[in-house]
Each structure stands twice: as structure tokens, then as C-alpha cells.
Design a protein around this ligand. Sequence first.
Ligand code: ZN
Length: 325
Amino acid sequence: MHGKFFLFTLLVSLSLTLCHAPKLLADDGNGEPCLELPIRFHLLSDITMEKAGVQMGMWVTAEDVTDHIVPEMNRIWEPAGIRWVVESVVSEESVDIPNKRTVIENIQESDRTTTTFVSEIESLFPLETRHPAILNVNLFPFLGETRQGFAFLGGGWESGIPNDGGNRAYVGVWTDKPSRGVDPPQQFPLTEALPFDIGSIARTCSHEVGHNLRLGHPDTSTQVVFNRLMGGIQHGYVLIEDEIDSSRAVAMNRLDAIARWDALFPSALLGDVNLDVSVNFLDVSPFVERLMTGTYQTEADIDGDEFVNFADIGPFIDLLSSVEP
Ligand SMILES: [Zn+2]
């Protein structure tokens, strides 16, 4: 394929209008507008890892994301006036990289001294479904000993280069951090009742998207406020004033980047639920999955009524039968 055309196709495949355009809500009650930031969640569905006799696969569902993880993230981020909105939940298969089994074993045997795990984990997630402008939170079975998540420090789409990394976070759904790696990994709870004990997938997601909003870890030598979302001495949920101000500034920058991206690529390809830039029978299974879980995705909202429901079935079948076999 011609290079430019390929790039265009890739960009089109990456583009996807948001289910609800990101917007500034009127007021959060404190005079500051509430910022709504969309997230695309990725569930890597086909990898099974093993540690200490425990088989670890992807057990988190799209419903877990929309009904448990994101509401808890919104509780945690509420003091900052930032609200997370699910753009879509994409259940996807891993990329067929060379030496895939070895790479997966390297990740499952890695510990906190390993540095190669970042590129190894990234290489397993398909590029085609990664959104270039909004945040992508990637859920993976197990990230290595005592590691629950990692993320790239982000900003807006400042460099003008899509996929500069700052909009990607990775979170494990199994963890051995509570026992400091002594016990076999366990399913990391979706959420955790207060106060903080071992944390949860929702808290780790909240921490990692904090990095995407350019927050770092507290300096433990000067730390005076404890129980912080961003870690340090005694983990918890507190966001300090400085963190709120700076994360909101970066969130505004991110919204600006998303608006620029939407202006460049305004429309989704209706019916292309698996985002492979064509509408065909491969879209049927993800369409049914969105339908059954009630997960919103622009491509599956064929009748454009802002819901993915049974009313979309007829128009979806019409679309499928109108495309070339
Ligand atoms: Zn961190």
C-alpha cells in the first residue's frame, strides 16, 4: 500500500468521534467548571499468564468498567472537579509478535528492577484501536512482581504527534503487591471500601491517569500530607491543592487536543465496531457484545440516538447487507 494512503487509513482507523463531545459543565459548585475527560478502556482478552500455580487471565468485563471502576474513579477525582467518561470499552486480542510466549513469560517473571517490561507490554496491545488524542487505559492480566500499573507522563497533544505516549496507562487485574510478592497473585478488587487497605483497580487507574495529567509521586523527604492518591508515604486518595491546580491545567490542554483531533477527523464509520476501517461480519460479535453490556460506542449507535440498544439491530443488519461481501 502507498505510504501516504496507509498513514491516512491508519489515522482514519484511529479516529473516532466521542460518544459525547467532551465539554465543560457549568459549575462544580465551587465556581470552577467541571472538566469531563473521555477514556477508552482496552481489555486484552486472550492472554493467560501463570505465577505460583495461579492462572491469570482477563476477568474484568466492560460492565465492571462502566458500573464499578469508572464511578469509583469519579469519586476519587471529584475534589479536582474532573470527571471521567467512558468513550468505549474495547475487548481486544493481543498482537501476534515474534516470540510471543517468551515475551509473556518475561513479563510474568519480571520484578521492579526490570525495565524491558514497558515495551514488551506495549507491543502486545494493537495500535489500530489506540486513540491518539483521548486517554487509553489498558488492562492487562499481570504486570510483574508487585507492579500494579504504570503510565506515561502526559499533557495535551502538545507535540502535534499522535501517540506520543502521554495518553496511555496500563493496569494489572491480578496483583501480588499486598503480600510484597510473597503470596501468589490474587484478583485485584475492582474497588475498595474506605479506608485504603490494599487498593483496587479503580484506585490504580486513578493514580495512573494522574500521571497522564502530569502528576508525579510525592517527595517522601518533604512530604507533610499523607494518604495521597499519587503515593509516597501511606497511600490513599488525597489530592492536594497543587495537584488539583496542575492536573486541571493539563486536563484543559487535553480537551483542547481532543477538540483539534475531532476537527481533523469528524466522523466515525458507522457499523465499524471493531475499528478495522470496514463494515463486515467481523463487526457482528463486537456489536452484540456492546448491545448485551449496554456499552456505548459511536460506531455501534447506528440510529444515532446516543444509545446502543435493540433499536440499532435493524439498521445494523441493513448496513451489513448493503456492503460488498
Ligand atoms: Zn505512579
